[in-house]
Ligand binder design. Structure first.
Ligand code: 26Q
Length: 817
């Protein structure tokens, strides 16, 4: 450090220290003697926030002045996690804050931990939205995120006696220093009621009036999102629901206190809680109310902004690009049409042209049970005008096809917005597709499968519409913040410039893979992270693990298609093998699992119980002498991921091929130098192209093979089981109660289900997986080879930066770059 920069750093430290003290005194209302960790957190957050506000206002002014096109990212989920280190680090204030606090005898590491996670999302889709917000701020894309400010984010998972229990998550209990309430930014959102039509003067389209029965107020809460080096600051605007004040007051004054309070409660319930991703319980009325509530508020808000600046809606697509994060905001198609036609008086044709030039849609799943549909009856009751509009869109769409000479009844049925077979339902995927000019998948394979499966007929009609945008992750959070040890090592060897351009500069690491000394240091930073994780495991679940063992990590939502069960079968097989030859030369391994199951997804919850039963049995068995340990860490969330991922040696990405749209933790692990054991699914395919198959452990059926087996009806696994002694032994042990002596029948259904109908090809892939795991062990025994591959994984993962992804969206979809 030069003398000059040392002086300016110490000035900065002194200034920041004073600022924090002022915040502590005058905003938090505490003196340093009596301040709790949380008080300090709040004071630092407020001090950082002041810095952000300067940039924020500057950016807002600038965007307004430039009058450039804006991006609106509509998502029911933003899985943000903690923001303190994120903000400080992006502002370049992390070291300043660390020293300033040290001067005050406060450890920044300790206060970092008291910030609650903003868990406003379920998993990949929500975290992707958060990474995108950060990348857009970094790249200077003028963007607004729109979503819901849930009182309660994703439930907290407690493990009691091995079973998952859901507890209410209360991130707002002590307030939220990052947000700004904007009571003046508020819109009235209608529900229910009926529609009347008035003939237009002089013929033409009749005018429609929606007389809604219930009004709910949406109030804006803004959180600034800072880009790397404070490049720019965008806004995440989340809506909170309140009862309509006048309505409320009227009833109150009329003496109907109970009614008024009930009204308030009903309105507020809309922003009460995030729905857990759940394939079984979709279609609930409250969910549809949430979807419409935030879409309606967001569209009104952005149309108002546009009209303020441009005075006309004719050029909306030139100044606004609205991205729909999955079908959750797909009602935007009908709502935008309603606003343009009913409220702003545009004719239908023009409104449709504007709508389909403004909206674009990202699909995140091919699982048929996860594609949203809503009963027509519910839609008619809750959103009667929207249902009419959907019928109209459908009529135009089908007429237009008939005009083009399409008369095939099956084809028309498949591309219709209405599903007629299982009670009449609105297909939100088809609505989003038709209402958008771009429809994208999230990995090359997934996009290909969209064209070939769910959207095959629509794709045939609109062959230009589907495109691919492979997901990415922000390296600021998933490398710089989560893994300071590795980041320091990289900066020492590749220079500071790496931090500004990791996408290209990480490649510079490749030659280092050949240097023994560098590999050694690479392994050392990993070991430090593993020690940290080992301490966390000891503290959270009371299991002691050896940091020198291979850390084999499987963390993500619990779902059958993600095949945690396959990993558990391998765990038991390994256990059996060790028991059969306890003196053998085994690779010591720690199997680490974490993840939440949707509350009503019984099979997933049973898999969690099985993991815990297996863990208990193996960890207590003296025969394995700690050669194998199994850990299920409760309450997986963003912060826990930041502790786990940098400590992983092996990353489990073993979904049934064709079912994981992309995966993003696969990228986080590889960036941090873990080796992947995985199927050719989602973004694993592109990872293997970047990294090289020889530096991963790829196994199992391909998507094509899975598809062929499905077509042939090959689900029965009895023959496979009989053919594999190892698998048979594992299954009969589990089935017979070897891990559940207190309830020996607990897993009979699970195991029998696997053999009769192995929907996710767990048995079919078992032997291949076992072999791949043997390859893992062989590699681990050869440290030069292992760490060489580890370094190359980091070196070759630059392409998976969400900056790259956002540049692709910006230039190819949004046309803002
Ligand atoms: C739907 C209806 C009612 C209630 C909840 C839902 C719901 C909520 C969340 C359905 C799905 C989700 C989340 C899906 C998700 O996270 N998908 C993941 O998206 C990632 C980002 O693209 C991909 O990497 C993963 O492959 C994909 O599974």
């Amino acid at each position: 450090m030069t003398q000059e920069s040392a002086v300016s750093l110490s000035d900065d430290v002194a200034a920041f220290r004073e600022k924090v003290l002022r915040k502590l005194t005058y905003s938090v209302g505490k003196d340093p003697e009596h301040a709790s960790d949380y008080d300090w957190f709040e004071a630092v957050a407020l001090a950082a926030r002041d810095r952000i506000i300067d940039h924020w206002m500057e950016c807002t002014r600038q965007t307004y002045k430039d009058g450039c096109k804006r991006v609106y990212y509509l998502s029911l989920e933003f899985l943000i996690g903690r923001l303190l280190v994120d903000s400080l680090s992006n502002l370049g204030l992390l070291e300043v804050a660390r020293e300033a606090l040290a001067d005050l005898d406060v450890d920044i590491e300790r206060i970092r931990l008291v910030e609650p996670d903003a868990a406003l999302g379920n998993g990949g889709l929500g975290r992707l939205a958060a990474c995108f917000m950060e990348s857009m701020a970094t790249l200077g894309v003028a963007a607004h995120g729109y979503g819901i400010r849930y009182d309660h984010g994703l439930f907290r998972q407690a493990i009691v006696d091995g079973w998952q229990h859901e507890q209410t998550e209360t991130w707002l209990d002590f307030g939220n220093p990052w947000e700004f309430e904007r009571p003046e930014v508020s819109y009235l959102i209608g529900f229910g009621g009926h529609v009347t039509a008035m003939p237009a003067e002089g013929g033409g389209e009749p005018k429609h009036f929606w007389h809604w029965a219930e009004g709910v107020r949406a109030i804006a809460y803004d959180t600034p999102i800072v880009g790397w080096r404070g490049a720019s600051v965008n806004t995440l605007r989340l809506w909170r629901a309140r009862a309509e004040a006048d309505f409320h007051l009227e009833r109150f004054n009329a003496g109907d206190h109970i009614g008024a309070v009930a009204e308030e409660a009903r309105a507020q319930s809309i922003s009460r809680v995030l729905y857990p991703a759940d394939s079984t319980e979709a279609g609930q009325e409250l969910r549809l109310r949430q979807e419409y509530f935030f879409v309606a508020a967001s569209l009104q808000d952005l149309l108002r902004r546009h009209l303020d600046q441009r005075g006309t809606l004719d050029n909306l697509p030139d100044y606004a690009a609205i991205q729909l994060n999955d079908t959750h905001p797909a009602i935007a198609v009908a709502e935008l049409m309603r606003l343009l036609v009913d409220v702003h008086g545009l004719d239908w044709q023009r409104a449709w042209r504007l709508t389909t030039a403004t909206l674009s849609y990202t699909n995140h799943t091919l699982l048929p049970e996860a594609l949203e549909t809503w009963p027509v009856g519910l839609m008619e009751r809750l959103l009667p005008r929207h249902m009419q509009i959907i019928y109209l869109i459908n009529a135009h769409h089908l007429d237009c096809l008939r005009d083009r000479g399409v008369h095939d009844a099956d084809l028309l049925r498949s591309v219709s917005l209405i599903e007629e077979d299982h009670g009449r339902r609105v297909r939100m995927g088809n609505l989003a597709f038709l209402g958008s000019y771009s429809v994208n998948g999230v990995s090359a394979l997934h996009t290909q499968l969209m064209r070939k499966t769910v959207f095959t007929d629509l794709h045939g009609l609109y062959p230009q519409r589907i495109n691919n945008k492979t997901n990415g992750i922000t390296f600021r959070r998933w490398l710089y913040q989560a893994n300071p040890h590795l980041t320091r090592l990289l900066v020492e060897n590749l220079g500071e410039a790496l931090l500004d351009d990791p996408e290209t500069r990480l490649r510079g690491l490749e030659p280092f893979a050949e240097q023994a000394a560098f590999r050694q240091r690479f392994a050392e930073q990993r070991l430090a992270n593993k020690r940290h994780l080992a301490a966390l495991i000891q503290e959270r679940v009371g299991v002691s693990v050896d940091p020198h063992a291979l850390f084999d990590v499987h963390v993500k939502r619990i779902h059958e298609y993600k095949r945690q069960l396959l990993n558990l079968l391998h765990t038991v097989a390994l256990y059996h093998a060790i028991c059969a030859d306890p003196g053998g030369d085994w690779v010591p391994r720690v199997k680490i699992f974490a993840g939440k199951a949707a509350a009503s997804y019984h099979q997933a919850k049973l898999i969690i119980k099985l993991a815990n039963d297996i863990a208990r049995t193996i960890n207590d068995d003296p025969t394995v002498r700690g050669l194998l340990k199994v850990v299920f860490l409760p309450n997986y969330n963003v912060s826990l991921a930041e502790d786990i991922i940098p400590a992983a040696d092996l990353s489990e990405q073993i979904s049934t091929a064709g079912l994981e749209a992309s995966g993003t933790s696969n990228m986080k692990f590889a960036l941090n130098g873990a080796l992947t054991i995985g199927t050719l699914d989602g973004a694993n395919v592109e990872m293997s192209e970047q990294i090289g198959l020889e530096h991963m452990f790829i196994f199992g059926l391909t998507a094509q093979q899975v598809e062929a087996r499905k077509r042939a009806g090959e689900f029965n696994a009895e023959a496979t089981i009989i053919g594999s002694r190892r698998l048979s032994e594992v299954l009969s042990a589990i089935r017979g109660g070897a891990f559940s002596a207190e309830d020996p029948g607990r897993y009979v259904g699970l195991v029998d289900g696997l053999s009769w109908h192995d929907t996710y090809q767990v048995c079919a892939d078992f032997e291949a997986y076992w072999q791949a795991q043997l390859d893992v062990e062989a590699r681990w025994r050869d440290p030069d080879s292992w760490w060489r591959s580890a370094v190359l994984n980091t070196a070759r993962t630059g392409w998976f930066s969400s900056d790259r992804t956002i540049r692709e969206y910006a230039s190819e979809i949004w046309k803002v770059m």
